[in-house]
Design a protein around this ligand. Structure first.
Ligand code: SF4
Ligand code: SF4
Length: 152
């Protein structure tokens, strides 16, 4: 019948006119994403034990880290970089991390103009977050007893 499609389309339009409004006014209002959203990654440097499990777990070789040893033969991070151009945000690296030093976040405004800006210096990003007051600096336990106490 002529006009059947039009009537159907108008019917859908009228139905949605009375639905709950779902428009979000981003960027004026920031959306609240579900807490388990994996749209970014962050490193809590003092919690990192330099084991390299995150890097081994990554299927795309996104993570490059270097370590050194202190006078008590304990490893510490000297650099930690991520190449976000290759990241799938699969979360395998965070699952592999035994101390939860590496974690996913809901930050999603990661668009940049230049590819070089997708090379993330994770230790620097941690320092920036502490400096901006976004997170509180973790105090690294100096002794094994303190470490055990921190872990409950
Ligand atoms: S989220 Fe996935 S792809 Fe990205 S760094 Fe972690 S393991 Fe690699
Ligand atoms: S798995 Fe966790 S603790 Fe180990 S090097 Fe990676 S971020 Fe650090």
């Amino acid at each position: 019948m002529f006009g059947k499609g039009l009537a159907k389309g108008l019917g859908i339009t009228f139905r949605h006119m009375f639905d709950k409004k779902i428009t979000e006014f981003y960027p004026e209002d920031m959306p609240t994403l579900p807490p388990r959203t994996r749209s970014s990654l962050a490193l809590n440097t003092p919690k990192c034990i330099s084991c390299g499990m995150c890097s081994s777990a990554c299927p795309n070789k996104v993570i490059t880290l270097t370590t050194d040893k202190n006078e008590s033969n304990k490893k510490f991070l000297t650099s930690y970089h991520m190449d976000l151009t290759r990241c799938l945000f699969c979360g395998l690296c965070t699952e592999a991390c035994p101390t939860k030093a590496l974690y996913t976040t809901t930050e999603f405004e990661n668009a940049v103009y230049f590819r070089e800006d997708m090379q993330w210096d994770m230790m620097q990003r941690y320092r920036d977050k502490v400096a901006s007051g976004e997170i509180k600096e973790e105090v690294k336990p100096e002794t094994k007893q303190e470490e055990a106490k921190d872990n409950g």
